[in-house]
Ligand binder design. Sequence first.
Ligand code: FAD
Length: 414
Amino acid sequence: MLRSTSLLSRMAATDQKKNIVIIGGGIIGSTTAYFLSHHEKFDKEVHNITLLEATKIAGGASGKAGGLLALWAYPSCIVPLSYRLHKELADKHGGAERWGYRAVHCGQLDARGRAPSNSKSTSNSNKNSVSLQKRSEKAIGLLRAAGVPKDLDWFAAESISSYDEMGDLSTTAQVHPYQFTTSMASLAEEQGVEIIFGSATSINQKDGAVNSVTYNSKETGESKQIEADTVILTAGPWTRTIWPTAPISALRAHSVTIRPSRPVSAYALFTSIEIPKPVSRRSKTATPEIYARPNNEVYACGEGDTLIPLPSSTDLVQVDQSRCQDIIEQVGSISDELRDGEVTARQACYLPNVSLGGGPMIGETGGKGLLIGAGHTCWGIQNAPGTGKVLSEMVWEGKVKSANLSSLDPRKFM
Ligand SMILES: Cc1cc2nc3c(=O)[nH]c(=O)nc-3n(C[C@H](O)[C@H](O)[C@H](O)COP(=O)(O)OP(=O)(O)OC[C@H]3O[C@@H](n4cnc5c(N)ncnc54)[C@H](O)[C@@H]3O)c2cc1C
């Protein structure tokens, strides 16, 4: 009896068998694969979900971003849902250990950078005396006068002019974006998602509905096709190369990671640093974002540039070493711990922006079976779980239940 009931329900499900292809294995594609495959309606014996990634999972901005999550991020229609889902995912899958999920303090730090000759330590004894000086009464007094919290003690007291809190442990958190994205892809794979490495060249339609995706296999270079009744385009800044009417533009940004000379407290900082002439190559004020991470790593990123157009894939992104060096010198000019630390990565990636402003675009397009999740600007890490969740609801339930995302409807942008 039981067997025939389950056979009947499987036969009914087979009638509605879905072939879903997600294009792009950044954080948006990987979390979408996660939520689609963890939805109660997904049965891997019946449905197919394929995640098609051109180079490597999290090879673009999703592996090189800062990883800040904030209840005060934007747009407000998706932020609370996504912030909550980050916490739930971390609780469910051991995110604290697996992808460095934790609550952090967040603030705006205004400072005057020291010239390299003043800030550079020349000997061990000099290093020690700087460190001791930071804990001196005078240094502590200077930090208090600028409003700096007691445990934010890894900046040179004489450099800081002011500190303003932007978020606390109840409103701000962080993840390691590369670890989070690759974990989402692995958890989706464990649930039955097939990950294929190849570059999508076209989304094919018949009678106004998608029916397949053509791609070049990464391994063999051969052109292949996957049958699809549902295609979810999550190719970040590359979205337009596959669907030219999608108004997505790309902005390059550089970042570095540093192992500080001693462990530092959990702060994510927006800064404005007046740069003394010898350090500055480009501008008198620098605004690097500086995020302490749990594994004794500090991430810092600089402003964007439009000098080099988006290359054809993530592994062809050009890194301008001088821009990375600027960030290293800027953060070193206000912190001995960062100045004396070891630089562990110098990297660049492209941010996906919606050309007309606003965004991201999440949902159905004019074409039957074609959905988009793209243009997440500087809050894609924060807003990825919310995006994946609502896209999975659209696919499996035909409507969004978890949030009202009508303002992000792609049809309003295209
Ligand atoms: C310097 C910097 C710092 C940032 N810091 C933060 C932060 O602290 N918090 C936050 O919330 N956000 C942050 N962001 C924003 C965030 O990184 C992005 O919004 C997010 O990573 C976008 O993810 P995505 O999956 O849309 O795009 P991507 O990460 O670019 O992924 C797109 C994927 O699509 C693949 N692809 C492209 N073309 C094809 C094709 N034809 N076929 C198959 N696959 C294809 C690519 O290889 C790539 O893997 C930051 C961004 C930058 C640049």
